[in-house]
Design a protein around this ligand. Structure first.
Ligand code: NAD
Length: 341
């Protein structure tokens, strides 16, 4: 048994863990890890399989005894309640979301529906089926650093940074964070929140920046880069994010927020050139050969200039730091896409 201030995490106590969005990019990595690391827990994957969900991401564990998949929309509250009751769901790790900023600009409604109301549907299910003192319960909400808005060239976001979302996506995630915290304050629901920087790795949908660059390179098509390409992101390898989620799930302090960042900042244009360099080396092309595919397009509306995360809290309190060197992570990622795309 391990002790953290405010709660006891008993690895031997039976848990029925609902992971939402498990057919998506981060969710599928997390489910594979939990199914393997917690053979005595039941893992229930709830995913409505939007265009972003792909059960092929989970092939290697689909027949495991402690894994079950349910195709349910989190907004279908009756189905969610039925599942909570029939499977005695004791813990939730909530990742299901509409996650693409560009889509949220074109049409925001689905973002409010899934990210805000869907989160509320799950919180209500916890409130209705769990009983105080919630000894074996956790509602863990996975969120983004984008809720904090945009930084200039200096500084980084910590857990006290003010919420200042600029896109409909980040506004919907910010709203869901507030609901989660409010259910803790109002109903005493045992919650955890983490806000993470940009993830990269295998199995990400090709609408996102890194798979999009690789997809364009493989097809010999234009690589669209927004504006002047100088916007900066802080990249984290998806396995490192899952490490942090597992640690927070076990040892996080109830009611707390943890920021998670990769500590590897790079502008979009530098990132594209780096990926092109590695791609050209692997294909024995002359240096810079594929840079001709870079194509600057009109900037994204409300485009945040820079994100950066201050990892001090999770590092000091839980001992987490990213393990994967960016060069290793990006090579592993590129190799995966070259095989799959
Ligand atoms: P993703 O788009 O790859 O996957 C989302 C999954 O949710 C899909 O499988 C989809 O089918 C499912 N889903 C969508 N709407 C649903 C609904 N109404 N009911 C049930 N399932 C539904 O997203 P991702 O990149 O894996 O992100 C997962 C979570 O992590 C999101 O909450 C996102 O905000 C957060 N996050 C992502 C990043 C990142 O860089 N990808 C960074 C920080 C935080």
């Amino acid at each position: 048994m391990e002790r953290s201030i405010g709660r006891i995490f008993n690895k031997l106590q039976m848990k029925n863990i609902l992971i939402t969005g498990g057919a998506g990019f981060i969710g599928s990595h997390l489910i594979k890890r939990f199914v393997k690391n917690y053979p005595n827990y039941n893992i229930y994957n709830v995913d409505s399989l939007t265009y972003a969900g792909n059960l092929n991401n989970l092939k290697e564990i689909e027949n495991k005894k402690n894994y079950n998949f349910f195709k349910i929309d989190i907004n279908n509250h009756d189905e969610i309640i039925k599942l909570f009751k029939s499977k005695k769901i004791s813990n939730v790790i909530h990742l299901a979301a509409e996650s693409h900023v560009d889509k949220s600009i074109e049409s925001s409604y689905e973002f409010a529906k899934t990210n805000v109301l869907g989160t509320l549907s799950l919180l209500e299910a916890c409130r209705k089926t769990w009983t105080e003192p919630y000894q074996n319960n956790i509602f863990y909400h996975i969120s983004t650093d984008e809720v904090y808005g945009s930084l200039g060239l200096n500084g980084s976001f910590n857990e006290d940074s003010k919420y200042d979302p600029n896109s409909p996506y980040s506004a919907s995630k910010a709203s869901s964070d507030h609901f989660v915290r409010a259910y803790h304050k109002t109903h005493n629901l045992p919650i955890l929140i983490s806000n993470c920087s940009n993830n990269y790795g295998p199995s990400q949908h090709k609408e996102k920046l890194i798979p999009n660059i690789l997809n364009s390179l493989i097809k010999g098509e234009k690589i669209p880069i927004y504006g002047n390409g100088k916007n900066i992101r802080d990249w984290l390898f998806v396995d490192d994010h899952c490490d942090a989620i597992e640690l927070i799930f076990e040892k996080g302090l109830m009611g707390e927020t943890y920021n998670i960042g990769g500590g590897y900042e790079i502008s979009n244009i530098e990132l594209a050139k780096l990926i092109i360099k590695i791609f050209d080396e692997k294909n024995l092309n002359p240096v810079g050969f594929s840079e001709k595919h870079i194509h600057f397009v009109d900037d994204r509306a409300g485009h945040d200039f820079r994100y950066a995360i201050d990892n001090s809290k999770i590092n000091k309190e839980l001992g987490w730091r990213p393990k994967t060197n960016f060069n290793d992570g990006i090579n592993e990622t590129i190799n995966w896409y070259l095989k799959k795309l």
